[in-house]
Design a protein around this ligand. Structure first.
Ligand code: SAH
Length: 218
C-alpha cells in the first residue's frame, strides 16, 4: 500500500477499520470502497484521508471518522429506494456514501462555503441524486418531506421536533444525542406517534447549531 494508491488505502480501511469492528452490510462496505474520501478532505490532510479519525474541514467543522460514517449508514438500513435527509453536509462525504445507497439525498448545511465545496465534489463524482440546501437543519426541509430516513451528523440534547414530523411512518432517524462529553449515537424508529429508541455507542460530534444561535449577518 502506498499513499499514492487511494483504492488500496480504501480497501485497507474497509478491512481494518470497518469489517473488523463489525460493519457487515455488503452494500455499505461497497459504498465505502467506492467513495474517494481524499477528495472531500482539505489538501493538507489528503495524506491522512484514510486514517482512522475525524479530520478538520473548513469553517471549523469536521469530516467524521470512516467507521462512524459506516456505522451510521448501516444503521439507516438502506435498500436503494429511500429518500434520505441529512443534516450537516460538511464535506459532503457522508452525502456521497448515502447517494450510492438511496434514491435521493437532501442534505442541509448552515455554512454556505462548505455546501458550495461539497456541491463541486459531488458534481465531479457524477452523484446527481443529492440536493444541497443552505439553511438551518433543525427545521428540516418541508418541501421534500416526508423522508424515509433522516441522518443528523451534528449533536444536540434532543431530536428537533421538525425532524420527527418530517420522518415517514416506520422511518428511521439516526443522530448523536447528549451533552458534549456524553453523546450517544441513537437510532429512532417512528411507530405511530411515538419513537422507539436504540443506543449504538458513545460518539463525539460538533454541535447542531440552531438558527437563533447563529451570528447575525452584517
Ligand atoms: N456529514 C459531514 C460531517 C459534518 S460535521 C461530512 O460527511 O463531512 C457537522 C456539520 O453540521 C457541520 O458542517 C456544521 O456546520 C453543520 N451544522 C451544524 N448545525 C447545523 C444546522 N442547524 N443546520 C445545518 N447544518 C448544521
Amino acid at each position: 500500500m502506498t499513499a499514492s494508491n487511494p483504492a488500496a488505502q480504501r480497501q485497507a480501511m474497509v478491512q481494518n477499520q470497518l469489517q473488523r469492528r463489525g460493519i457487515h452490510d455488503p452494500r455499505v462496505l461497497d459504498a465505502m470502497l467506492r467513495v474517494p474520501r481524499e477528495q472531500f478532505v482539505l489538501p493538507e490532510y489528503r495524506h491522512e484521508a484514510y486514517s482512522d479519525q475525524a479530520l478538520p474541514i473548513a469553517c471549523g467543522q469536521t469530516i467524521s471518522q470512516p467507521y462512524i460514517v459506516a456505522l451510521m449508514t448501516q444503521a439507516l438500513q438502506l435498500s436503494g429506494s429511500e429518500k434520505v435527509l441529512e443534516i450537516g453536509t460538511g464535506s459532503g462525504y457522508q452525502a456521497a456514501v448515502l447517494a450510492l445507497l438511496a434514491q435521493k439525498v437532501v442534505s442541509i448545511e448552515r455554512h454556505e462555503p462548505l455546501s458550495r465545496r461539497a456541491a463541486e465534489v459531488l458534481r465531479q463524482l457524477g452523484l446527481h441524486n443529492v440536493q444541497l440546501v443552505v439553511g438551518d437543519g433543525t427545521k428540516g426541509y418541508p418541501p421534500e418531506a416526508p423522508y424515509d430516513r433522516i441522518l443528523v451528523t451534528a449533536a444536540a440534547a434532543e431530536v428537533p421536533p421538525a425532524l420527527i414530523e418530517q420522518l415517514a411512518p416506520q422511518g428511521l432517524l439516526v443522530m448523536p444525542v447528549g451533552p458534549p462529553e456524553h453523546q450517544v449515537l441513537r437510532v429512532y424508529r417512528k411507530r405511530g406517534d411515538h419513537l422507539e429508541v436504540e443506543q449504538l455507542c458513545p460518539v463525539r460530534f460538533v454541535p447542531l447549531v440552531p438558527e437563533e444561535d447563529a451570528p447575525e449577518p452584517e
